[in-house]
Design a protein around this ligand. Structure first.
Ligand code: GTP
Ligand code: MG
Length: 328
């Protein structure tokens, strides 16, 4: 595989999944691999542009367009291009420009550094509510996270709050079995809030460390479905023991870029989100969306999905992400 500087890298282009041992999580190489498409679409293109042209008004406009196309967000892109305009004498060569962009991106993400970590407190019940639109990767994320916690020796209960399709429950049960988690399904009941109530009850009785709650995919403009989510959130608040930790996570598909973000504000209001999980980064050139999530929605990206395998989940760290993006 070649990076955008035309140098050969040591990673295989065949993906990481088959190379990754099933119980270990994907390492830095998989993050680099996952971010490489986004890197090409931002850093590679700007680098290519600067090789051919001086920094004049046209070049600055083109840089702005590259940033917008990589889903960095309109406001962020125009703010950055304005800064380039003011400082174009200092940014004459590509190394200076890359150093400048790197710092700009870091400045956007760094305030969220602390909040980026997925919360977990030993000795308490840690509840993770997982919401998002259809097909974003919620169920897969729950399978991966269950696996991670179980590898760390935690006891995990998974609640199948997606009662919409029978197949959804089966899919989650398979993930639960693979990971070794206790599975609480709906049976014949059709009320997701009731399943979630049951899952929390079982987790309390078993003094489980972790409760993972799946929900059906829903569009943010479907009022009834969003109200259902509001009810689920209430049941969780009532069903958690005192001192329990709750993370409400919005799963966003990185390949949909800015479109995914239209969802964020409605979900944020309905379930009081604490963060975002960005899936399918491995197939996306629109990873720049991470900057918009931070800048415009004030939500930390907590984890990223870098493949379909059980181990393809990574904690999100701003510096690691930016390093991978600007990797030479
Ligand atoms: N490449 C890649 N594929 C992923 C990732 N996460 C999930 N997928 C794939 O995305 C598809 C949808 O994943 P699901 O976990 O079923 O999504 P969901 O949000 O639960 O879907 P609904 O329950 O239908 O709303 C599956 O084919 C997954 O294998 C990822 O990080 N990378
Ligand atoms: Mg699902």
């Amino acid at each position: 595989m070649f990076n955008w500087f035309g140098k050969k890298t040591t990673e295989s282009a065949g993906g990481t999944e088959t190379l990754t041992p099933p119980v270990e999580e994907s390492g830095l190489a998989s993050l680099r691999h996952a971010v490489s498409l986004t890197g090409k679409s931002i850093v590679g293109k700007i680098f290519g542009l600067l090789k051919e042209s001086e920094i004049d008004q046209d070049t600055i406009d083109e840089i702005e367009e590259i940033l917008i196309r990589a889903d960095v967000g309109l406001d962020t892109a125009s703010r950055i291009s304005e800064k380039i305009r003011q400082r174009k004498d200092e940014l004459g060569n590509s190394d200076q420009m890359m150093a400048f962009l790197r710092q700009e991106f870091l400045d956007i993400l760094t305030p969220f550094q602390q909040a980026n970590q997925l919360r977990f407190e030993p000795g308490k019940m840690n509840v993770y509510l997982v919401v998002g639109v259809n097909g974003a990767g919620k169920t897969t994320f729950i399978g991966k996270l269950a696996n991670r916690f179980i590898q760390q020796g935690k006891t995990v209960v998974i609640g199948a709050g997606d009662t919409f399709r029978a197949a959804a429950e089966e899919q989650l049960e398979v993930w639960a079995q693979r990971a070794g988690a206790t599975f609480v399904g709906a049976g014949n009941a059709k009320d997701p809030a009731a399943v979630i109530y049951d899952a929390l009850k079982q987790a309390r009785e078993a003094q489980a460390d972790v409760v993972l709650l799946d929900t059906a995919g829903r569009l943010q403009n479907k009022f009834n479905l969003m109200e259902e989510l509001r009810k689920i959130r209430k049941v969780i608040d009532q069903g958690m023991p005192e001192g329990a930790i709750l993370e409400s996570l919005l799963v966003l598909d990185a390949t949909t870029g800015q479109n995914a973000l239209k969802q964020a504000s409605v979900f944020k209001e309905t379930v009081d989100l604490s963060g975002v999980v960005l899936t399918k980064l491995d197939g996306s050139a629109k990873g720049g969306v991470i900057l918009t999530i931070a800048q415009e929605y004030q939500l930390p990206v907590k984890m990223v999905g870098v493949g379909e395998g059980i181990a393809d989940l990574k904690d999100f760290q701003a510096t690691e992400f930016i390093d991978a993006l600007f990797e030479k």
